[in-house]
Structures are given as C-alpha cells and as structure tokens.
Design a protein around this ligand. Structure first.
Ligand code: NAD
Length: 360
C-alpha cells in the first residue's frame, strides 16, 4: 500500500481514498440466497475497459477487502499501461473461503453483477479462482476472460504469467551480473501455486538451485516430488542466504522487518503488491543495493494472455509479447540507475506517462 493510502485509511471515507488513489468506481455486491459478498473496483478506463481478475479470500474485515481491491485494481491500470495494452485497470474480490464457500450458483450470481457494468469491467481468475469458475460466470455475462480453451477462451493464464516473471528475473540477472544465466543461482520461490509451480519448472530446466516455501504443505510435498527442489520453513525464509527471492504467494511480504533480514541480490516474483508501502519499502530495498523487479511489470504475462482472448490472438503470440518483459525490465533498471530513482518509481513514471498522455 502506498504511504499516503496507509495514512488516510483510518480517518478518511472510501470516497476520499478513491480520490487519492484515482479510482472511478467501487461497486458493492451482495446476494442473500447464494451468500455472495463481492466488491468490484474500477480504477481507470482511459486506455480501455477495466480488466482484472476476481480474488476469493477470507478477509478478516470488509475494510481489508476494500483496501485490497482498491490496491489491486490500481496495479492493473499500471500493468496494462506499461505493457502497452488497450485496457484499463479493475479488479474484484469475493469475501469468503474459496475451499468451502464457493458454489456454481455464487459464481453465476457474481457474473450477473459483472454484467450490470456493461463491459466497463471484464473479469478473469485470480487467487482462489479457476477456469471452471469462469465458466459459471460466463453463464451470466460475456464480460469474462480466462475461460477454457475448449470453449474458445485463452485457458489458464498462470503459465504465461510465470514465463513473464522468468523473463524479468533473467533481465535482473543480466543487469546485476552481466549474464542472464540462472544456472546454480540460489532462488527461493515463496508460494508454489499456479504461477509458482510453472516458474519452478523454468528454473529447474535452467539448473537453478531452488528452495520452495508454501503454507500448503501438501503442495510443498507435491512440488518436491516433481522437481529437483528443497523446501524451507517460513520462519527461516528471510534469513536465508540466497541470490534471488521470488514472492509468488500474496502481497505485502516486503516490509521493513523482512527487508532488513533479506540477504539476496534480486527480488522478482509474481505476487501483486509485494511492497507493503510502495515509497518506503522500494527505498529500503534500493538502499540495500537489491535489484527489485516491479511486480506490475513482470507479472503482466497473465494479463497479456487474457487480452489475447479479447483481441483473438494465439498463445504463441501471447508468449512472444510476454517475452518483451525482458527488455522492458532492463530499460526500467537502467532508467532507475540513470535518474537515481528506485526501479519502482521508474516503472510508475513510464506507466503514468501513458495514462496521462492522449495516446492509447
Ligand atoms: P495460487 O492461489 O494458485 O497460489 C498461491 C500459493 O501461495 C498457494 O499455494 C498458497 O498456499 C501459497 N501461499 C499463500 N499465502 C502464503 C504464505 N503466507 N506463505 C507461503 N505461501 C503462501 O495463486 P497464483 O495464481 O499462483 O498467484 C500467485 C500470485 O501471483 C498472487 O499474488 C496473484 O495475485 C499473482 N498473479 C497471478 C497471476 C496468474 O496468472 N495466476 C497473474 C498476475 C499475478
């Protein structure tokens, strides 16, 4: 969360927070019959319709869910802008436990709410969602992406997201070490779900020394069986001597406590909103001479993949567009060096330039 948002959170209304963060719309949806409680946030539609996934999470409070959806939707605007897509930024959250409270009826009802926005918001999957859920949403609205390939959709975006993170990581390695080889590099992947596992597969193929961490111990066992990896405990993760830390679980894992402990050269992962406080934490990271790959840049592969569903291009083309994350990451790291600003600030500058210009 950016520092100004942290400060106004407790004393200002959501409308005030929206004003500061630049949001257009915040929609609260609830349905007694299915138990649906959802919030849709539309940040910016200047470049196109607001596209962003739906997250289902058991938030501890409504306020936590609102702040999450506001931050995530804002990140989507920057992601679309920096990647050169004709899309705006939006996101939705469903409050509840995806394992026990998600039903086909609830997903379809959510789709009906999405439909009321007439295409101003287009949904897709995020944490707690899968392609099947998008099929239920599709029964109620056409404004949904990330549906299975057999139904004419682009399928699971996670492998494309992972490929983009892998490209970003290689670019960081090139910037830091003058070679983009990850062979023998000690890499900690936190969160080995859809994206994390795909990333592990790439790193494994390249011969990196991989360490994984996940709160889902069954998943840890599975990944340890499939790939040449070791697992590490959450308690030892930030003290671990590693070359690269790759956050691929949830956001805000980078804060003053974790950053102080971190002994890596590069941070590059898929999670959205990795910095607890954008300004403060990007500076703390830069002060330790750690290279930080801005999350909204390197995890844009999934967005490119769902965009291919709207623009009707192939997965090969989506992968080819995602490969460009390598060069964009290098450009941003150079810009950060030349202008003596953090990599996060450099990436935001480029995204904002496109959002503020009149060109799509
Ligand atoms: P996922 O739900 O499949 O996987 C997340 C994994 O993280 C799970 O295995 C979960 O058990 C683990 N996890 C949760 N909290 C943890 C913690 N505190 N410590 C360790 N592990 C923890 O989600 P995903 O689709 O792989 O997405 C991962 C991240 O990447 C999310 O932040 C998501 O918003 C972001 N992202 C995903 C995509 C995509 O295409 N799926 C695109 C862009 C960004």
């Amino acid at each position: 969360m950016s520092s100004h948002v942290t400060q106004i959170k407790s004393e200002n209304s959501f409308l005030e927070i929206m004003k500061v963060m630049g949001h257009e719309q915040l929609v609260f949806c609830q349905d007694k019959k299915t138990g649906l409680k959802a919030i849709i946030a539309i940040h910016n539609t200047k470049l196109g319709p607001a596209l962003g996934g739906t997250r289902m999470w058991d938030y501890s409070s409504e306020e936590e869910a609102v702040i999450d959806v506001l931050r995530l939707s804002r990140g989507m605007s920057f992601k679309a802008a920096i990647t050169g897509l004709e899309l705006g930024g939006g996101k939705a959250v469903i409050i509840g436990d995806a394992k026990t409270q998600k039903t086909p009826e609830l997903m379809q009802r959510f789709g009906k709410f999405v439909d009321t926005l007439n295409g101003n918001y287009i949904t897709a999957e995020d944490v707690g969602m899968n392609e099947k859920d998008m099929e239920y949403v599709r029964l109620a609205t056409k404004h949904v992406t990330g549906i299975p390939e057999k139904l004419g959709g682009s399928g699971d975006p996670s492998p494309v997201t992972a490929y983009g993170v892998y490209m970003g990581m290689k670019a960081c390695a090139m910037h830091k070490w003058g070679s983009d080889s990850l062979k023998g590099k000690k890499i900690v992947v936190q969160g080995v779900g859809h994206v994390g596992e795909s990333l592990v597969a790439h790193l494994n193929d390249e011969g990196a020394e991989i360490f994984i961490n996940d709160i889902n111990l069954e998943q840890v066992t599975l990944i340890c069986k499939k790939y040449n990896v070791n697992s590490i405990q959450s308690s030892e993760m930030f003290d671990f001597d590693m070359d690269i830390y790759s956050p691929c679980a949830l956001g805000a894992t980078l804060n003053p406590i974790s950053i102080e402990k971190l002994k890596c050269s590069i941070i590059c992962g898929a999670a959205n909103n990795q910095l607890e406080d954008e300004n403060r934490d990007s500076l703390l990271i830069a002060n330790k001479a750690i290279i930080f790959a801005p999350d909204f840049l390197v995890n844009a592969g999934g967005l490119i993949n769902v965009y291919s569903e709207i623009k009707k291009f192939s997965r090969e083309e989506a992968l080819s567009q995602t490969r460009k994350i390598y060069n964009t990451t290098l450009d941003i790291l150079r810009k950060s060096q030349v202008e003596n600003i953090t990599s996060y600030a450099a990436a935001l500058k480029i995204a904002n330039q496109r959002l503020l210009s009149n060109n799509k």
